[in-house]
Design a protein around this ligand. Structure first.
Ligand SMILES: [Zn+2]
Ligand SMILES: [Zn+2]
Length: 422
């Protein structure tokens, strides 16, 4: 906490407008009056122009969506088309199976027909939609492993108006996600410690609110029909992507795959466009759930924390590189110890002025958490200017401590992974 108190002593004059600006050696020096040097890592002018266009589009798009967000979601024409397209994709797999079976049964004894049938069945098996699976290389917690964490998840789920999760998967990255696994669509929550550990307990409640909000608002992209169709198309594309052309045969095969590949690419693009709007809408609604569960203040703070994610990732990488350069198992063990505490202290020492700069950069560049999330600054604006919620779920010191104790083993294991995998 000591670093937070240290005030910037040095100051300089802004070369653009002459305003007096503070100089903090660890952070970028910039002018809040005229935005001088607000984005020193900015892209070259040509790319910037494209970025500016995208930003304007995102802004207009986001604002329109913002205005249209009513209390009840209506199934629009794009949603219906997306479902139709998804059924078409699944229909291809079904058609392969049916044709394969018919060729085997009806064509039995007729030359190569049964062989062709078997071939089609094999292709169908290879291209079948796959259910999500639990990872086997990272800690997977069940209710008995972490009862207090699951209790918190249940409380947040109740606010979101949905059920809790079956498993919590712990990862090392600065991220969080929900998905399903297995035939019965069991629910999985993935917590990346790089994000979880830099949040205050109340911001964690907001994070859980956002993630469980995705279940509550029926996100089509994660759904059984459209989600699996998107997965299938991605898989088909993988099979249709040409190998390096080593011989004539390869060249002919690649040439034959051009048309189906473009067809799959086209379908993927279309399905993406048809669901993007619904996906962005789901993100706004998930942010609202985050605010209702953890409070509007915590939800806005959470969105600020997303802006420092790139620096978290580089900080973790740097820790590992330093440990390796010092060499020896002892140095690595030392780096693993209190890794998450050091990361949390680092983020806690980021001054408000730096967040303000990152927010302005996010407006300039159109920062998004990923391709389906709306621009972070629009999400933040919506949370901080929309209806203000008090926290429905509280995570006090005692609760946070109990959950940290349940996560202790997973934290150690992930610290080891971070330091080892430099
Ligand atoms: Zn200035
Ligand atoms: Zn989300």
């Amino acid at each position: 906490m000591a670093a937070q108190i240290s005030v910037a002593e040095q100051r300089q004059r802004c070369p653009e407008c002459g305003a007096d600006v503070p100089v903090e050696p660890r952070f970028v020096t910039w002018c809040d009056a005229c935005d001088w040097n607000v984005d020193p890592g900015a892209l070259d002018p040509e790319i910037r122009r494209i970025e500016a266009l995208r930003r304007r589009l995102a802004q207009r798009y986001g604002e329109r969506l913002f205005a249209e967000l009513g209390p009840r979601p209506r199934r629009d024409i794009a949603g219906v088309l997306a479902y139709a397209l998804a059924f078409l994709v699944h229909g291809v797999t079904v058609a392969l199976v049916v044709t394969g079976l018919l060729l085997i049964v009806l064509g039995w004894g007729v030359g190569l027909l049964p062989v062709l049938g078997a071939l089609l069945l094999a292709v169908a098996v290879a291209l079948r939609p796959r259910f999500g699976v639990l990872p086997d290389d990272t800690p997977v917690l069940r209710r008995a492993d972490a009862p207090r964490l699951f209790e918190l998840v249940d409380d947040v789920a109740a606010v979101a108006g949905t059920a809790g999760v079956h498993t919590v998967v712990i990862a090392a990255d600065a991220n969080a996600a929900v998905s399903t696994y297995g035939m019965r669509h069991r629910r999985m929550l993935c917590i990346g410690l790089g994000l979880w550990e830099i949040l205050t307990p109340q911001q964690r409640v907001a994070l859980l609110g956002h993630e469980l909000g995705h279940f509550a608002h029926g996100d089509t992209r994660h759904g059984a029909v459209v989600g699996r169709a998107l997965d299938s198309l991605a898989l088909w594309l993988y099979f249709l992507t040409p190998d390096s052309e080593t011989d004539l045969m390869q060249r002919v095969t690649n040439w034959m795959m051009v048309v189906p590949r473009w067809a799959v690419l086209g379908l993927l693009y279309l399905l993406d466009q048809l669901t993007l709007r619904a996906a962005q809408r789901a993100e706004y609604l998930a942010d609202e759930t985050a605010a209702r569960a953890g409070s509007s203040v915590a939800a806005a703070e959470l969105l600020d924390r997303l802006l420092v994610v790139p620096s978290i990732e580089s900080a973790l990488h740097r820790e590992a590189v330093v440990a390796h350069s010092r060499g020896g198992a002892a140095a690595r063990r030392e780096a693993e110890q209190r890794l998450w505490e050091r990361l949390a202290a680092r983020v806690a020492s980021v001054p408000e002025r730096e967040y303000e700069r990152l927010r302005r950069v996010s407006v300039l560049r159109g920062h998004c958490a990923d391709s389906t999330h709306p621009p972070t600054h629009l999400r933040r604006r919506r949370v901080s200017e929309g209806e203000q919620w008090e926290a429905a779920v509280r995570c006090d010191e005692e609760r946070a401590g109990a959950i940290a104790a349940e996560l202790a083993a997973a934290r150690d294991r992930m610290a080891h992974v971070v330091i080892r995998d430099a």
